[in-house]
Design a protein around this ligand. Sequence first.
Ligand SMILES: Cc1cc2nc3c(=O)[nH]c(=O)nc-3n(C[C@H](O)[C@H](O)[C@H](O)COP(=O)(O)OP(=O)(O)OC[C@H]3O[C@@H](n4cnc5c(N)ncnc54)[C@H](O)[C@@H]3O)c2cc1C
Length: 404
Amino acid sequence: MRPMYTPEAEAYREKVQAFLAEKLPVDWHGIGQLEGLELNEFVTDWRKTLYEGGYLATGWPVEYGGAGLSALEQVIIGEEFAKAGVPTGGPNDVFGIQMLGNTLLQWGSEEQKRYYLPRILSGADVWCQGYSEPNAGSDLSNIGLRAMLDGDQWVLNGQKIWTSAGHLADHIFTLARTDPDAPRHKGISFMLVDMRQPGIEVRPIRMISGESEFNEIFYTDATTPKGEVVGGLNNGWAVAMTLLGYERGEAAATLPIRFQAELDRLVLLAKERGVANDPIIRQRIAGCYAKVQIMRYNGMRVLTRFLGGHHPGPDGAISKLYWSEYHKEISELSIDILGADALVPVGRRPSSAFQADDAGAPNSSWSWVGTFLNARAGTIYAGSSQIQRNIIGEMVLGLPKEPR
Ligand SMILES: Cc1cc2nc3c(=O)[nH]c(=O)nc-3n(C[C@H](O)[C@H](O)[C@H](O)COP(=O)(O)OP(=O)(O)OC[C@H]3O[C@@H](n4cnc5c(N)ncnc54)[C@H](O)[C@@H]3O)c2cc1C
């Protein structure tokens, strides 16, 4: 099955191709060919190029700095950028654009939209996500970070944990308890907090991969102005769920493109290592191929719904569960193909702890070992697989709720 693109969509594809041809060097083979300083410089410059070319937040309305494109045009950008081996945004854009920006469009006041959205796009504000706490992960409504109103400002005390990129951010969108007497889900507010103040302390956490992508955040009399609540006082649960829909489901149509490229690279690895004719390896590769196809079809299903004006909701759990469980499978296969070499990995490491390694990355053992280690986390962040199954059962299929 191949998706049908209208002549207008194909004309738009040519425009995207022309942009990429103009902005990338002639001998370009994908961002995965770069490492260290060179990679960092490219990522920073590329984000600037996208911003100046109007290729960030392409689905947002033009009045807030977006390009007002349709979901189909955004998929075309995803496809062409993946083919060219370049990202569709900077590393922080998953928090700023995909999660917070989309949520502000739905829930923010006009003032919040006009102030924050252009700053997200320009890179003036760098965001992180303050949801989880030591006693509130899957059980998110148990959050204890307390916010009390003092005159014109909120005073926050408590702790967040597992805050990805918190050490690189200067703003945090955070869930705080604003009414401790209300039922758990009803006493929470969604707040925007500037982290550049003495009341906020960021402590990095070291992961199994050796990297420190996430942090603990301590609030000690930290403050934020009264007007920095999004979506209404004590209505934070609804706002938080909207954001999780964007976190889990927004990329359903474009992620399979990256996973297909990753699978192609795994097939090359199997050939390079002389195991491409091993019947068990072949069978497992075929299994991965089938799953990437299923992700593609699910992506098209989601895209069709987006084209009809639907925003990601609980059904985002379907793609989140599927890709994250699949990613454990393919990365385990890569380790089996590498054999003992996986114990002493060498070469370029993945530049990010999230999902597939960069397009054009060499088949180094570190590329696959790093991806394997990080894939474990994919079934935990943005809600664990068990929680996604609960959501699908209860909120998508309408099955009876689990005993609480
Ligand atoms: C790499 C990474 C990055 C992250 N980044 C962020 C971030 O930027 N911001 C942020 O706020 N959080 C972040 N998180 C935290 C993440 O959202 C939580 O880890 C996740 O929600 C699970 O919560 P928990 O760790 O407290 O585990 P728990 O909730 O304690 O769960 C432990 C186990 O019990 C299972 N379980 C719990 N409840 C149920 C149930 N009702 N039914 C069945 N099984 C259940 C879970 O599936 C899991 O296997 C990140 C996590 C990781 C791994």
